[in-house]
Structures are given as C-alpha cells and as structure tokens.
Write a protein that binds this ligand. Structure first.
Ligand SMILES: Cc1ncc(COP(=O)(O)O)c(C=O)c1O
Length: 363
C-alpha cells in the first residue's frame, strides 16, 4: 500500500505547546493554577485593545479587510517604513510558514541554530525542505561565525531568533554586521524579533534598520508578547517591497480576523501598557536572576520575558512536581535541554509563587 504521507511528514514531530490552565485544573483537581509556560503577557491584553476587539465582534458576520489597510498604514507609520514593506500574518508563525513556502524549493536548504525556536524546523520539514543545524556556542548563544561558515551553495534561508527562545540570549549589532557581511545576497536572513520590546541593552538592534541596505534581510515581530495578544494571532514581517509582494501572493486573503486588525490598531496606541509590561518584566527577570541560583539553578543570560533555568536534574520530573502545585512551566528536554525548565516572567506574585513551589519540590 502507498504511504499516506511522504517521509518528511511521517517523521515530523509536532510542536508541544504549553499546557493550558483549564486542562491542568481538570487533571489535577486544582484551582488557581498559574501558567508561566508560553511567554505570555502577565498583565493581559492591552485594555485599549480589549475595548476595540469588543467593538469589532459586532462586525464578524463580514469578511475582514483582506489588506488590513488601516493597520498596515498605522504600523508603517509606527516603524517608519512603507506600507508595501509590511506583511501581516496570523501570528509571526504564519510569516515563518509563508517565507519558507514562497522563497525555498525542495532542492534548497534552510540553515538553523540547534536548540533554538522549534517552529523553524517544523515548518521547514513540513514543507519538505532540507535543513542544517549549527550548535550554539558557550552560554547557549547563537554561534553566528559557525553559521556563516555553514552556508553552502544550496543554502537559501537562515532563521535567527534574537533574543533567542528558549535561551533568551541575545547578540548585538557588531556580531550581526560581521555575519551579514559574510552572507551571499541570495540567502534570506530572517531575524525574528518576537521579544524586541523587552530588550534593554544598547547593543541591541532591529533588522528593520538593515533591510534597505541588505534587501535579503527580513524582520519578524509579533503582538503576542509585549501587547498581550497571543490569543488573537497577529504578527508581521518587515522587508524589501519586492519580497513582501511575493508573500502577498502566497498568503490567504483573510488571514487576519477583524478583532485582530482592530485589536492591533488599538494596542499600538497603548504605549502605557507596553511601558508597564516592560518594567514588570525587567523586575521579574531580576527577581529570577537572584532567587533561582539560590535554589541551585544555572540561568542563561536572558533578555526576553522568560528564563531558562538548569536545575541539574531531569526537567520532566520537576515539571510534574510543579504541576501538582498548580504551576505550569515548560520542560525543555524535548528541545535539547534535558535538565532545564523555561519559566516565563509573570506578575511579582506569580514569580514568588513559582519560586516558593520550586523551593518545596527541590527541598
Ligand atoms: C522566537 C519566537 N518567534 C515567534 C514566536 C511566535 O509568535 P506568534 O505568536 O506571533 O506566532 C514565538 C513565540 O513564542 C517565539 O518565541
């Protein structure tokens, strides 16, 4: 009998998302469960976005504006780019899919960093594209020099998460420019900036500053993190207008819902929510950096809204014990970090609950 699917689908391991709160409460008979597992915004959605989305619900019998015209204009103004240099997606995840689908062939290779965000590999494999993975260097950092050396004549696209997920490690402008100088023009460099707004480091940069000089550079951003709109699915890419034009051909016309478009518009205006979220996150990062090493954990240098903590013992076990205490974190064994948990920054109270629970289960 013919196989139902080609080998690259047969061998595909699905993405494992963070465990939902409701499921955990049901399974463990708990209430008041907290989730620090998916790098979401502990302050919730921007209140302005909530209001706009409520209003948008009255119009959902209509198809959305296929061009997301007002949101594209507003975003372009916000980023100081042209509307035709923007492509919106159902989360930045959709942009990852579209980029692979549009710009690579099954003969071309995608270059990835081992142990980084798994969606790149899943999308690449789902499209039947070959890929190569370059290990990280010390401190769980992207090794851009090794990645530049790994580019071969078949390489067509490189995915880079900066800050990285799940390590949170970040590289600066100098490393990036040295890398770009070595990448041939026909190789697309996708710089995923999902945690851009959280970074408080003068060396950091955005690929938005680079795509004009280097038209092979693409910046990806999302409303899922700082704006607290993960559940509405809204992300975007900034790139050379010619590249954007091809993505506009391959994307589905109604990929953004009406609430997503309206919510996004309102969230962009809510600078106060962004400011509060960033401040809360920096405090939470500092708290984890002080408290978790006291429990014997080694942390990577994270500039995202989460930490990767190595407890030196099987992460799955620790994860289970925390679940029983109503704390959902993310065990990273499946991503190549067998003894590490990724813990998102929550509210001060949630962070303290997580540390207290860890103390108990480790004690
Ligand atoms: C590095 C990175 N890129 C992209 C995403 C996906 O974001 P979105 O919700 O916009 O699809 C995430 C989400 O966790 C991420 O960590």
């Amino acid at each position: 009998m013919r196989p139902l699917v080609p080998p690259h689908i047969e061998t595909l391991k699905p993405y494992v998302p963070g465990k939902p709160i409701e499921e955990t409460e049901r399974e463990y008979g708990l209430t008041n469960v907290i989730k620090l597992a998916s790098n979401e915004n502990p302050l919730g959605p921007s209140p302005k976005a909530i209001e706009a989305m409520r209003d948008a619900m009255r119009k959902v019998h209509l198809y959305p504006d296929a061009s997301s015209y007002p949101l594209v204009r507003r975003l372009a103004e916000h980023l100081e780019v042209k509307p035709e240099e923007l492509v919106l997606g159902s989360g930045s995840n959709e942009l990852i899919e579209l980029l692979i689908r549009t710009f690579t062939t099954p003969e071309e290779e995608v270059l990835l960093c081992q142990g980084s965000f798994p969606a790149y590999r899943i999308s690449t494999q789902a499209h039947g594209r070959p890929f190569a993975e370059v290990p990280m260097k010390e401190g769980h950092r992207y090794d851009l020099e090794a990645m530049a050396r790994a580019i071969n004549p078949r390489t067509r696209m490189v995915f880079i998460a900066n800050p990285d997920n799940p390590t949170g490690t970040t590289f600066g402008r100098r490393e990036w420019e040295a890398f770009l100088a070595q990448v041939p023009e026909h190789v697309l460099v996708v710089h995923d900036e999902a945690y851009f707004e959280f970074v408080d480091w003068p060396e950091y940069f955005s690929a938005v500053e680079y795509f004009r000089k280097h038209p092979n550079v693409v910046a990806l951003r999302t409303f899922s993190k700082i704006h607290g709109l993960a559940g509405i699915r809204l992300g975007f890419g900034v790139m050379d207008a010619r590249l954007a034009g091809y993505l506009q051909r391959t994307r589905m016309p109604f990929n953004l819902t009406i609430p997503a478009q309206q919510g996004g518009l309102a969230a962009l205006d809510d600078t106060e929510h962004v400011r509060r979220t960033k401040e809360l996150n920096l405090e939470g990062l500092r708290y984890y950096e002080v408290e978790l090493p006291k429990l014997g954990a080694k942390l990577t240098e994270s500039r995202g809204n989460f930490v990767l903590a190595d407890f030196g013992r099987p992460a799955g076990e620790l994860y289970e014990l925390l679940l029983r205490k109503g704390i959902i974190v993310r065990p990273m064994a499946g991503n190549g970090y067998p003894t590490s948990l990724r813990i998102s920054v929550g509210t001060a109270e949630e962070n303290a609950r997580c540390v207290a629970a860890l103390k108990e289960v480790l004690g």
